[in-house]
Design a protein around this ligand. Structure first.
Ligand code: MHF
Ligand code: KIV
Ligand code: MG
Length: 256
């Protein structure tokens, strides 16, 4: 019943689209899992619900704490946890240590890390050889915000070729899936055709093997969101209304 990395690869072959969202605690994870989401990412984008401006300050300890609470809420979905900024780039030993803690302490099945060729290929190969399933992430990599900003990536012929080659190198290194973030739809389509592992798109058009968004954006809980998001409900409005109603009723002694 629990979804495996092999299941995702099989779904690509069958053309069944993979549904992914992020989660940061038990309550959210339990709702997503019960609603049938296939893959739950404990993303470093939880920075938004913790009040950080970027994903850079998130620590491994914070990811472990939140991933454990997500794990308690999930029966079916595959749980993937982001390796935060500077917990894997220093050396493959550092990456192994960080990824090992995530699998051992949280019960998540896989880790995700940002970057491609040449920076991350050797690290990913070593993790995979040690038995740790790894998800790749190319295109817009938000941990590099101070170098590349938050703009769409892969817009020139040269940049597009670089992203395609990175994705191919990551597949060869053994990733079970790759996130394609904020790249043109035709480039995401090409990458998706060339790879045998599933691509999960965010702001990467409709041709990926699956889609992911940040759950606080989808629910209208984030104060702002990227241009490629579809907001399915407005929780900020719903919560504000409920809290205002409660406030009035307490002040006017109507409740209790
Ligand atoms: N709430 C939230 N949702 C996300 O999807 C998300 C995060 N946070 N934080 C980590 C990264 C950052 N992401 C983002 C954030 C903003 C843009 C954005 O506004 N892009 C503009 C250009 C902005 C600029 O150049 O400053 C665009 O038009 O592409 C894109 C991706 C995606 N990820
Ligand atoms: C948006 C996804 C791909 C992510 O890395 C995150 O939520 O941190
Ligand atoms: Mg992330």
């Amino acid at each position: 019943m629990a979804i495996t990395t092999q299941q995702l690869i099989q779904w690509k072959q069958q053309g069944r689209s993979i549904v992914a969202l992020t989660a940061w605690d038990y309550a959210i994870a339990q709702l997503l899992d019960a609603a049938g989401v296939d893959l739950i990412l404990v993303g470093d984008s939880m920075a938004v619900v913790l009040g950080y401006e970027t994903t850079l300050p998130i620590t491994l300890e914070e990811m472990l704490f939140h991933a454990k609470s997500v794990r308690r809420g999930v029966k079916r979905a595959l749980i993937v946890v982001d390796l935060p900024f500077l917990t894997y780039q220093e050396s493959f030993q550092q990456a192994m240590h960080s990824a090992g803690l995530i699998l051992k302490e949280t019960g998540a099945q896989a880790v995700k890390l940002e970057g491609g060729y040449p920076a991350m290929v050797e690290t990913i190969a070593r993790l995979v050889q040690a038995g740790i399933p790894v998800m790749g992430h190319v295109g817009l990599t938000p941990q590099s915000v101070h170098q590349i900003g938050l703009r769409q990536q892969g817009k020139t012929q040269e940049a597009a070729e670089r992203i395609l080659n990175e994705a191919i190198a990551l597949e060869q290194a053994g990733v079970f899936s790759i996130v394609l973030e904020h790249i043109p739809a035709d480039l995401a389509n090409l990458v998706t055709q060339k790879l045998s592992v599933p691509t999960i798109g965010i702001g990467a058009g409709p041709h990926c093997d699956g889609q992911i968004l940040v759950t606080s954006d989808v629910l209208g809980l984030s104060e702002k969101h990227p241009p490629f998001v579809k907001v399915y409900t407005n929780l900020r409005e719903t919560i504000t209304k409920a809290v205002q109603d409660y406030t009035v009723e307490v002040r006017e002694r109507k409740f209790p």
